[in-house]
Every structure is written in C-alpha cells, then in structure tokens.
Design a protein around this ligand. Structure first.
Ligand code: DP6
Length: 355
C-alpha cells in the first residue's frame, strides 16, 4: 500500500469508501442542473470503489473561493483538483462551512485507472460523503444525511446520486413513491436473490472513453428517438421495479439487455454518431446468449457507455457461471482483465486506506 500524503492527525481526518454502481435502466440525457430526462435504477456494487480521505485544517480567515490540495493515487492531480474545486465553488452556498478550513484530499480507486471503468459515481459520492461528515463535525447534526449526500453527489455526477444506497437505487421522478429528480432513493422490497447478485466486469478495452458522459448526454438533445427512448425508459422502470420485487430474474434480464443495447443504439444514431462496442463486446454478448439458451441458466449482460461487458447472475449459479466466464469469456478480455464484483451494502466510513 502507498504511503498517504496526508498528515497523520486523526482528529482532523474524515474518510469514506463509496462504491461504483451499474445501471439496469440507464440514465442517458439530462437537462437543467443535472436533472435526468428519465428515471434510472442501478445495482450498487461492492468491489469497485473509491476511498477518499479529507484532512481539514482550520483557517484564521474566511475564504471566498475554495482551493483544495488534491492527491490521486499518492500523486498531486491537477485535472481532478480543478473539477473538485469547480464543483465546490459552484455550490458554495451548500458548503459554506468550507470557507474557514483548508482541505487536503486524497483519493484512491480499488480498480486500475486504465481499466475503462467510469469512476465518477464512486469518486464523487465518496467526496460528498466526506464533505457532509465534515459539516456534521463543524455544525452538529446534518438532517437527512444520505438524501443530502445523494442530491449533492448528483450535482457532481448524475450516476453518483445512486451510489450512496445499498443494493438497488432509483433516481428520477416516476410513479414509485418517494422518487425524485433531485436525489436517488433506496428501492424498497427488493427480493433477496438480487442482494447477492454477481457482476463480473469484463475489460474488453482499457482505453479512455471515446465520448465523455457529459458529451453523450448532450447528444440526446437532438436525438431523433429521444422521446421514444424516454417513454420506454419509464415503462422499463415500472417493469424492473416489479421484477426486482417478485424475484423474476429472466424477465428482469430481458429488460436489462434491452436497456444496454438501446443505450448503444442511441449513440449509434446520434450526430456525431459513436460505435462504442468492440468486436469482442459482440463476441461476449453472443457467447452469453448461446450459453444461456443451451444451459438454461439465468446469466445476462449489461453495458455502460463503453465496450466493457458486465455479466450478471445470481449467487446460486456462481460455480457454473465462473467456469463459463473463465473458459469462454476471459480469453476475449484485454490481458485477461476482469473485476469480479457483487451487489453491495453501500458506502462505509473509513479511518485509513485499505488500498
Ligand atoms: C451510461 O453520471 O457519468 O453510465 O451526470 O454527466 O456525470 P454525468 O454523467 P454520468 O452518466 C452515466 C451514464 C451511464 C448510465 C447510468 O449510469 O445510468
């Protein structure tokens, strides 16, 4: 483990580990200040996470503008620092308690930087959780801690709003009680089979994404299928919620695969258009479908806005699924790269790095 750049003054240190998440119904298209064009539902993951530790040193004066010291993976990182500073300064009214402290922030990801895994969900939620814990320390109680963490995480990165809750989270207005565009909520009444679901993330390419999420969301503005997409996403939300409740893996799996392919179809028909799947993405998808048909096993895939494939299956078929993944899918990954993940319990406070 790398030596931390922060001073070892435990009384002025706050840390959180926050996981990434994988959307089953995708958020793609936004408006206003980070408001989604349709609701989304995700599995909170467990092994793909960010650990962030914040050190705060009291100042004698009050700052108008916050400038943090930021270290990523043990090294100063200016690009990340600028993104964080700009987020904090844009929402300084929410973070007024930061005017009288100097922040030094150190962040690490459990997954390799070059693994093609989007890290904004885990990194932004970890940062916001640290800031809210700091607020709690400075000002006393923070009301609705997790709801506030979700809302502020959303302002940094939409998908980050969903990472603060265990198992399954829903973000976006819909007919489900308590849903909101402002923050995510934990989805109640999820069948236990999904709380131990596996997600093997197959790394097909470790290259940087061809289109950033922000640019991708923007492409939805003129997408000719935009309205049809939003209608379908809303329908998928209602069906997904029902299948998550009644434990119907096959019905859920059909929607999940549909959502993944629809996300990529939207990118293919936007202007400019993007094809983010690689030949091996398709080879993996074909192999999963063939295996499922031949072996009658509930094993499904989803995709993010990139070429890597998430293989989803219940714990009860873990052994067979692992054999299939190792023998048939791993050779299609770059350098046999895989992240074996599972649905998880959500963020946790930490006092030191574990990675
Ligand atoms: C395809 O949350 O990364 O992963 O709000 O611009 O930070 P910003 O976008 P981001 O978009 C994620 C898009 C997605 C689908 C999803 O996670 O729902």
């Amino acid at each position: 483990m790398k030596e931390s750049k922060l001073k070892k003054e435990a009384s002025r240190i706050i840390g959180w580990r926050s996981p990434s998440n994988i959307a089953l119904v995708k958020y793609w298209g936004k408006h206003g200040d980070q408001l989604p064009n349709n609701p989304s539902i995700s599995f909170t993951l467990s092994n793909a996470y960010t650990e962030t530790i914040v050190q705060y040193d009291p100042l004698e004066y009050t700052q108008d503008k916050i400038s943090t010291n930021f270290y990523f993976d043990g090294k100063p990182n200016e690009a990340f620092q600028l993104r964080i500073d700009s987020f904090i300064n844009k929402h300084l009214a929410e973070f007024d308690f930061l005017r009288k402290v100097q922040l030094s922030i150190e962040s690490r990801n459990s997954f390799p930087h070059s693994s093609g895994i989007a890290s904004s969900a885990s990194s932004m939620s970890a940062l916001v959780l640290c800031l809210l814990s700091l607020e709690q320390k400075i000002k006393g109680e923070t009301k609705n801690f997790l709801q506030r963490a979700s809302r502020l995480s959303r302002l940094a990165s939409g998908s980050a709003s969903r990472s603060v809750f265990p198992h399954v989270a829903l973000w976006g207005n819909c007919s489900i009680e308590g849903s909101s565009n402002d923050y995510a909520i934990p989805l109640p009444s999820v069948d236990s089979v999904f709380k131990s679901f596996h997600d093997d993330i197959l790394i097909v390419s470790a290259e940087e994404k061809a289109v950033s999420s922000s640019a991708g969301h923007q492409l939805m503005v003129d997408n000719p299928y935009g309205n049809t997409r939003y209608e379908r996403a809303n329908r998928h939300i209602i069906e997904t919620e029902a299948h998550l409740k009644n434990g119907n893996i096959d019905a859920l799996g059909e929607i999940i695969e549909n959502e993944a392919l629809e996300l990529h179809a939207l990118m293919m028909c936007s202007r400019p258009s993007y094809i983010l799947m690689e030949p091996n993405t398709l080879a993996i998808i074909a192999a999963i479908r063939k295996y499922r048909k031949q072996n009658k096993q509930p094993i499904y895939f989803t995709l993010d806005a990139g070429p890597n494939v998430h293989v989803l299956y219940p714990d009860e078929i873990k052994n067979e699924a692992e054999t299939f993944v190792n023998e048939s899918l791993l050779p299609l990954c770059i350098d046999n790269k895989i992240i074996r993940d599972k649905v998880g319990e959500g963020p946790q406070m930490i006092t030191e790095f574990s990675i």
